[in-house]
Ligand binder design. Structure first.
Ligand SMILES: [Zn+2]
Length: 174
């Protein structure tokens, strides 16, 4: 029997993922890879995205991301935006450089309460392993302000931050 059959050598992640696996994803184009076991820590310093050459590769729980090319924002523990994916940039209608450093609560609000949103984001930025869903409304962009989106909040890094991933829009349209 070939030992190759038993090894997982998939370069790209299939649509169905195993829960609680770690994945690596690009902070910019949101390409997703399986995390390589082993030397991940040592490789963390040099990790420009091979797909777009612009973003850095970050690690997160596989259930934190809705999929390839996802719309997401990464925030620091003081709730400021540190990265915006291309898809989220389109959603907000504002280029990423203008969003960096902005307070997250200027980009989105939550019907569950901004305090709750802030709490979940700061917990994720401090490294909690939980992936927490929350409903949000965008405060920027062309979508009507009343439209609710499902978001997932999870820890990512390094450097450690909170990943706020928005579910694919098609799923949330009325
Ligand atoms: Zn990329």
């Amino acid at each position: 029997m070939s030992t190759l059959l038993g090894r997982r050598a998939r370069p790209f992640l299939p649509a169905v993922r195993t829960l609680h696996e770690r994945v690596r994803f690009c902070s910019r184009c949101a390409s997703v890879w399986e995390a390589r076991s082993g030397q991940d820590g040592e490789r963390a310093a040099e990790r420009v995205c091979p797909a777009c050459g612009m973003g850095v590769l970050l690690s997160a729980s596989s259930d934190a991301l809705p999929g390839e090319g996802a719309a997401f924002v990464i925030a620091t523990d003081d709730l400021r935006v540190s990265a915006v994916s291309k898809a989220a940039e389109r959603l907000f209608g504002v280029p990423e450089p203008e969003l960096i450093g902005t307070r997250l609560l200027r980009l989105m609000t939550s019907p569950e309460g901004d305090d709750e949103l802030a709490l979940r984001v700061s917990r994720a930025a401090y490294g909690t392993r939980a992936v927490r869903p929350i409903q949000i409304r965008l405060l920027l962009g062309q979508r009507p302000a009343f439209a609710r989106l499902d978001a997932r909040i999870a820890s990512c890094g390094p450097p450690r931050g909170a990943l706020v991933a928005l579910e694919p829009l098609a799923a949330s349209l009325p």
